[in-house]
Every structure is written in C-alpha cells, then in structure tokens.
Design a binder for this molecule. Sequence first.
Ligand code: NAD
Length: 437
Amino acid sequence: MKNIAVIGTGYVGLVSGAGISDFGHNVVCTDIDENKIKRLQSGEIPIYEPGLQELVSRNVQASRLSFSSNVNKSIKEADVLFIAVGTPEGENGASDLSAVLEVARAIGNNLNSYKVICTKSTVPIGTGSKISDIINKSSINSIEFDYVSNPEFLREGSAVKDFLWPDRVIIGASSSRAFDIMKNVYRPLYINETPVIETTIETAELIKYASNAFLSVKISYMNEIANMCDEIGADVHVVSKAMGIDGRISPKFLHPGPGFGGSCFPKDTKALVSMAEELGTNLKVVESAIEANRLQKERMVEKLYTLLKNDVKDKTIAILGLAFKAQTDDVRESPSVNMISALKNDGAIIKAFDPAANDNMKKIFEDLDTNTSWEETVKDSDCVIIMTEWNEFRGIDLSKLKELVKDPNLLDCRNILKIDDLEKLGFNYDNVGRKKR
Ligand SMILES: NC(=O)c1ccc[n+]([C@@H]2O[C@H](COP(=O)([O-])OP(=O)(O)OC[C@H]3O[C@@H](n4cnc5c(N)ncnc54)[C@H](O)[C@@H]3O)[C@@H](O)[C@H]2O)c1
C-alpha cells in the first residue's frame, strides 16, 4: 500500500484519486481551490460523473480517500505524486503549462524523501524533462526522485468505468525502481491482465496526443462524409455502419454530429500541431481535422438558419442539450456555445435545458434562460434544436413535442430522433447527413 497525493482535483484528479484509493492505496486529493475541497470534505461531488459519488463514498468510508487544500503538506506525506492539473490551450495553440510548472516548483520546495512524480495531465513532449529540471533546481536537499509519464485516457461520462477497467495503461519512465512502484500502484490492473505499455517518458507523452488526434480525425472525417450525404440524399448511418463492419476501420467514433468539443480534443489537436511546427514536421491531416471541426460547428448554425429561412430575430429557439456530450456537465468548447452565440447576436430568444450542464453554461452566458425539463423548454417555441445526445432526449414523445411548440421546426444535430416519425408528424426538420429527399 502506498501513500499517494493527487494534485489537482478536477475531472481527472478526482476520478483517478478515487480509483487509486479503490485499488487499496491511501490517497489524498489536493487542490488550490479551497471551495472545491470543502465541498468534497462535506461529501458533495462537485462534478457530474456517473458512479463517482459511490466510488468516492466507499473509499472515504474505508478511510483510504481524503481531501486537502494543503498542497505542500500533501506532497510531503506522499510516496507517489500524481500531477492532474489543467493544461488549457495557450498562445498559438500550444499547451499552457503554467499550472503544471507551478506544481513542479511546489514539489521541489517540499521534496523531503524519495518520491515518484507522475504526470497524468496531458503535456507536450519534453515536459517531463522540464518538470524534472524545475524540481532539481527548487529542491534544496538534492533528494532523489523518479519522474513518470502516465497519461490518462478516461472519458467524461464514463470516467469511473474507464479508470477502473481501462483499455490500456501507459507508463513512461527511465528507472526500474519507478516501473516497479507504478506496477504496485496499478497492481489490480496487472492482475486483471490489462495491457500495460512500459516505455520512455517522451513516447508516453506522444501516445496520448497521437491517440486523441486520431480520434478527432475520425470524427471530422465522418462529419464531412455526412455533409456529402446531405447533398446526395444518402443516409450516413448506413454508410458508417457498413464502414464500421470492416475490422480495419472499427465501428467506434463514426457517429456524425455537430463537431467535437470538450476539454481534450480541441486543445490536444492544436497542441500536437503546434509541437509538429516546432519540430519542423507536417501534421496536415490533424490541421484539416481542426478546420473541418470549426466548419462543422458553423454548419450547424447554417442548417438552423436555412431551416428558419434566415428569420431568427425575435424567434423563440429551444436548445436541448448544452454539455459537449451526454453524461457530463462539461461545456468546454461545446458546439452549443457556438449556437447560442450566433443566436444571441442575431436577436433570437433562447430557452435552454441540459440535465446536468445548465449551471456551467450560465457561467459563460449569465443571462441564459435555463429550464428544468424539455417540455418547459420547448413550450411555444418556434424551433427546437437537439445539441446533446442525452437519453431523455432520445425518448422524447414527438407527438407531445409537436403539441407544445408554436411551430414544428426541428434541428437534430445528434441524429437521435426517428426520421419516419418526424416526417409523419409533418415536422420541418434537418439533421446531420440523414435527411430524406
Ligand atoms: N477531462 C478529461 O476528460 C481528460 C481526460 C484525459 C486527460 N485529461 C487531461 O487531464 C488534465 C486535467 O484535466 P481536467 O479536465 O481534470 O481539468 P480540471 O480543470 O477539471 O481540473 C484541474 C484542477 O487543477 C486545479 N489546480 C490548478 N492549479 C493547481 C495547483 N497549482 N495546485 C493544485 N491544484 C491546482 C484546479 O483548481 C482544478 O480543480 C488536463 O491536462 C487534461 O488535458 C483530461
């Protein structure tokens, strides 16, 4: 059993900390956000993530998991430190490493015994040596440590499952002592025979970006194929199903939609392109995926305007879904942000509802009129837009919806509603690559 500190208690830090405590270790999740730590200490989970409440409660009750805003003390008391702070988009698309480097300085200042220092945050290639240099410079006693890159692949919405049963674990290190300690941290996964890739620090750092950028390319590609389907009247779902049966392609990430968002793909693709530029190599495929994604978000706005014959001023538009995907409250880079901005600019009256993300979207648009049910949101509206694929929107009774709205205009950016029903009920509708001609 190890004493572990997870520094940064956000989506990744909280799930990882709770997951590692479930593996049997003593974990403290620490953060400079005192309010967040207070809420966690009082039993409140500050984010929406299925299964997280149970995982946290179980391990707090077993005295394996605690929360602290004293980052320095948490560092001193731990054998293994996980860095899980944010790495948002910085200048020219490069990663903003200020929080990671600040943590590195704090680690150096508080290094009191040998520790493994492991980065879970997504950081550019070469960040491992930067962190090690900072720790060496700020540590007064020249105490030994090992640096490890252990990128995280959990997905918001299924983060608990992804952490406890990952497809693979990547460990980049340069000493056998560090590999052995990480093996001990992830012991239950080794026992389960989860594939573990042991590699160099730089390779581990690149694997994370290469994976996220590949998935982003897949999404953008399918979105562009969907746009072709729009033009020729083909059904993109049949196209993607047939493509996905091919083992070389795989059926995952072939679902078209309003463009990718969230806290990872948009910034990680840009950061990878920025790294390639610095190295003097080309990443034209990823550059195109980024541009295609920007256009896809714009295309959803254009589709809406076409549906309403460019007449949106003073029209009441009901937006169902604000999160960048279902099962999360995260609205970072969500396609809904683009839609709301455009409609606000053009004088539409917006009513919105998300089962988990209303509060987060109100941090971006303070005056957003948010509602607590889809029925209340669509009532007397001139148009309904499905922006997020929540199950409760999949199950919408379209006859009831038609009775509630003023005008039956509907844009389904997630292709979750039955086209035959929309046709039968006489909706003026559009979707992404599935409209009947
Ligand atoms: N969110 C995801 O789905 C996901 C998945 C895989 C990897 N990642 C990567 O993991 C990292 C964290 O992402 P996130 O979504 O959890 O971010 P987040 O914004 O939810 O959480 C970051 C936390 O770090 C804290 N923090 C900032 N500076 C700190 C400091 N000096 N000391 C202690 N705490 C500090 C913040 O207060 C915040 O609570 C990023 O690099 C991200 O790219 C995210």
